[in-house]
Design a protein around this ligand. Sequence first.
Ligand code: SAM
Length: 303
Amino acid sequence: MSSHWSDYWQGNAYDSFGEIKTDQSIEVVNSKWINFLSEFKTKQNILDIGTGGGTLIRLGLKHQKCKHSYVGIDYARLNFPEHISLNKDVTIIENENIESLTLETNSIDVALSQFAIEYSDWERSLAEIKRILRQNGRFQFICHHKKSEIIRRNSLILKVLERTLEDNGIVRTVSDLILALRTTPNKIQLLDRMRIKLKSELKQLHHSFSDEINDINLPQFVQMVFSHEHTSNREKITESYRQELVSYRLRLKALIAAALDQDSLSKLKEQFKHAKLELNTTELIYQDKLLLAIVLVGENSIS
Ligand SMILES: C[S@@+](CC[C@H](N)C(=O)[O-])C[C@H]1O[C@@H](n2cnc3c(N)ncnc32)[C@H](O)[C@@H]1O
């Protein structure tokens, strides 16, 4: 099980675009799903791979042309609201790896994945999809692309996370100041020097990463941790913020490593052949001129 994803879904996260989503980019991606799902006029058993917060299942339930059934699998621990988890047309299976599914052979009509399957070992996951997808069953996967706007922005966020978490980074400066405030409250000059250091580090980060420091809530954290109402639990707040950043860093590293480029896409096409799955189209999708993702569409038509 992946704990950094489990931590993420235990919060109030609903999708994994994170802070960088815009209504327009979501619309572009969603329209790819709505168009694909509207092709199915009879009831389908639909698998959502790496369902996370169930974005695709919610979208399917809202826009379906007829009543489908949905199976959402994820190897993380999830957190669905009751109107989804108690819906009798929806089955959620947590702790389920796409590389070794417990689902029955030929049990699925349509397989979907949004920003999830690319995290897996393609050879093993495609072999599983081949096994569980019925003959002529269809699939659509929307995957991260190395040159996308999502990866560009997340790479910057990763940089600011690395800087913040360095041994002599700003989280350390905050911890040192909290300790000094508690243990040497009378050393006014020392405290002033530490405050000046903190301000200057924040300013430098703001200069190079003005959007990204907000993506990781850094100014909000500094303001909160030194506010009077939190005097007694500053250490706790700082430790929980640090842990959040560490988990975020793991997610972003995995995200950037998983994104496809020309080279990995060529290798991937071979993997589809090897798994005997027909890959019909690969399409780059854009919002205005910004690349968002790559869409892979195909079917289980090779016996
Ligand atoms: C970026 S999130 C996408 C979630 C959701 N599809 C969305 O679009 O909001 C990736 C999800 O894939 C899941 N995941 C990654 N590798 C997986 C694997 N091998 N098997 C099952 N789930 C996996 C993660 O736990 C995470 O919930």
